[in-house]
Design a protein. Structure first.
Length: 96
């Protein structure tokens, strides 16, 4: 990422021009990326089940949602495993 691209990114985040990006940036700042990924994994598990029975999705939309949920769930599982490993090594998250 070039310095100009980085500056543009932060201008968008801080201005609220992309509200979703601004909110996610704030959540990552507060909770950390691994926690956000693990929470999204929980959402993905439920959403993938809902997508199976949804009447208002085309097969392509359903496939896109299912694929996205699978990838997020996989990444969440990796974060859980990594956090467990770090905890065993005495390097896990603290409450401080």
């Amino acid at each position: 990422m070039t310095p100009e691209e980085r500056k543009r990114f932060w201008n968008i985040v801080e201005s609220g021009d992309n509200p979703l990006l601004s909110v996610i940036s704030g959540l990552v700042e507060k909770w950390g990326m691994p926690a956000i990924v693990m929470a999204l994994g929980d959402v993905a598990n439920v959403l993938s089940e809902d997508a199976i029975d949804a009447d208002n999705l085309t097969p392509n939309q359903r496939g896109l949602i299912m694929s996205c949920c699978a990838q997020v769930s996989n990444l969440s599982d990796l974060m859980h495993a990594e956090l467990e490993y770090l905890t065993q090594q005495g390097e896990g998250a603290t409450t401080e």
